[in-house]
Design a protein. Sequence first.
Length: 132
Amino acid sequence: NKLLFYYKDLEGHEDNSCKRVKSVVKNLNKYAENLKKFDTKLMLLIAPDKFHVYKQYLHKKKKENKLFDCIRSSKIKFEFINSDILLKNAVKNGVKEVYQFDDTHWTSKAIKILFDKSIFFKNLNKKNENIN
């Protein structure tokens, strides 16, 4: 019943206005538009920190990490993998050891969840099946 966290994950986040995130999304949209010329999709997968995934089970409330919500509320022209939602749902459904117990890195279970559930990877697998 113990989880170890990286202390920086517990400090909270300063950009609750989404100002910086919106600026980055704007630039990513430009890249995505340019990549379309080459029949290439820009994909964004952000690794949520351990606290963000497990916070619903903890007693102390800290500043929320609004990064994922800021991106989801933006008009995006690229594929965004909702890694935070996928991992939170896995934990909620009883998956243990999504992160290394004493580390900030994902376990192979988390990688499999993201690979199996991601629309991008499903589409990539379909394309590869059609090639063979």
